[in-house]
Design a protein around this ligand. Sequence first.
Ligand SMILES: [Zn+2]
Length: 453
Amino acid sequence: MKKRLLLLLLFMVFGFNGVHARETPKQQTLFLNVKIFDGKSDQLISGQDVLVEGNHIVKIAPEIKTNRMARIIDGQGKTLMPGLIDAHTHLTAVKSFDEAIYKYEPAYIAALATEAARRMLMRGFTTVRDAGGPVMGVKRAIDEGVIPGPRIFPSNAFVSQTGGHGDFDLTMTYLSPHFAGQLDKAYLFGWTMTADGVPEVRKAVREVLRSGASQVKIMASGSITGAHDPLDVVEYTPEEMRAIVEEAEKWGTYAMAHAYSDAAVRTAVEAGVKTIEHGLMASPETLKLMKEKGAWLSTQCLNYSKNAEDFGVEMPASVAAKFNEAKQSAERIFKLAKQYDIKMAWGTDGLGSLEVLDTQSQEFTCRKKYFSDAEILKQATSLNGELLTLSGKRSPYPDGSLGVVEEGAYADLLIVDGNPLRDIGLLTQSEKTLRFIMKDGKIYKNTLIPKNH
Ligand SMILES: [Zn+2]
């Protein structure tokens, strides 16, 4: 009893901070003998060491002094670079949407997503923006350090109109709760919010933000894989879209929109949507508007360079026709985006199976048709890092920059055998070429230690 009184007195005199000040010092990790790709430069930087303390980079300078407990990583002259960022994943879309929502148990999907997250981290992806799906539980387990995986900027449930790309209900037994009070699994399991009209979309966005989304994913046009909607359909009216953007902005974040047709892209950009997903059919005029408004194009190369039969699942004829139509626009949009100097995200949108998600890094080499190796590398690091700052105060990781090697940035670091600024293809052979992976100051892979050590 006396002890407790004494402790209470100590707290009263010194306060909680005084007691906490005796925390153990943060783990230091010093990287020596590395060439640095900082995420932004076209050249590797030599002659600098990098000191990590806890989960942040604290110093970049020659000959840094450390404490005696520091871990020393000899980079053996290899390239130290920021962890990779994928701006468009669906970690829970490890089966087709229909299977994931209606056929399998949510725990099975979560188990596969757990493995998908681990594999992404081991390919060097330390951060992803998840473009929709019930990813919150996986994210929570990763952030708690229970399972390995990238940082996740979650969108959680898609916001979609009835019959839109996020309306997965194949049997059409679902009726809006507005009319019939009946909910389906897509809503109950957190995959989608079907909402029509300004009051409903406001409520849907508020629910999505309540669930912890760092940005709001909306469906603004027809889709290739959608159950009901042809590719050319424009989804949501300008009024609905403005209401969505307004609700997101009131929370200090933004809306990202799935949009294929030019009209859909234009409506979204005019309403204030900040990142256009896919955007394949955007006209030069619409791209000029995107440039003016600083909107990002988050499109994919690998998905549209495949043939319909390469997806490992049989595509119904109607889906294959939509796929081929989109595929024809892909080359065009990359060339136009470069011509109009649109901010270009790097993302993959892998869907349907772990095997498809495993092709993620091939997006690097696919882009070589349009961009230099250095441009592609910057897209997947500093540029994507800049895109993620759009989440503002809703960023789940607000204490440091991502996608860069800078003082104050999060300690998400890779060591690559070779120079990816000259040969981006190195990143497609991560098992061999990625010698070291650190995320949030924690080491997940290190094959730099000499064997006879
Ligand atoms: Zn997607």
